[in-house]
Design a protein around this ligand. Structure first.
Ligand SMILES: Cc1cc2nc3c(=O)[nH]c(=O)nc-3n(C[C@H](O)[C@H](O)[C@H](O)COP(=O)(O)O)c2cc1C
Length: 151
């Protein structure tokens, strides 16, 4: 990944809105190949991180804001949009509460020296996609999920 691309992603994250402007989110930029490989094994659905150019790990401080999940999600979406705008590909890899019998959050925290009292929402894999997906179509506008004026 080029330095300017990383910088754009970090800016997109930092410019995200947050409830009451509490700014409870942190971002960890991971470029190291060995670390990317380790992170790709943190959850069963993180394989693409192994060959990604970078991973952006989004961390929230729940002491600082009860809305850290919302804030970190909004900041993550900013990253996804910025990545698309640069012609790269990204994938959200869930870390927080993926299953009762799995604890990827502890694994990621240990790998990246994240303090115990912080939370890990996700890891966003970014790279040059091998193939591009078909664009969304109007068929995906599901009428049963669309409501006007009342539910
Ligand atoms: C909250 C959330 C968690 C996700 N977790 C994962 C994940 O762990 N691994 C993965 O490969 N994709 C993950 N995704 C990506 C979704 O699978 C993907 O957005 C969905 O299949 C639709 O595909 P599209 O985004 O290309 O339209 C996640 C998306 C969201 C919004």
């Amino acid at each position: 990944m080029e330095e300017w691309q990383v910088e754009n992603i970090v800016k997109a994250f930092m410019y995200a809105p947050s409830a009451m402007h509490y700014r409870p989110c942190h971002i960890i930029v991971v470029l190291d190949k060995e670390m990317l490989e380790k992170l790709s094994r943190a959850t069963p659905w993180a394989k693409m991180i192994e060959k990604a150019g970078a991973a952006f790990v989004i961390v929230g401080d729940e002491k600082r804001s009860p809305w850290w999940v919302e804030d970190c999600s909004v900041a993550s979406e900013n990253i996804l949009l910025e990545v698309a705008d640069m012609g790269l590909g990204a994938c959200w890899v869930q870390v927080r509460s993926i299953a009762e019998d799995m604890d990827p959050e502890s694994t990621v925290k240990a790998l990246l020296n994240i303090p115990d009292d912080l939370r890990v929402l996700n890891m966003i894999a970014v790279g040059v996609p091998k193939r591009t997906k078909e664009p969304h179509t109007e068929a995906e506008v599901e009428k049963e999920r669309l409501h006007y004026e009342r539910f």
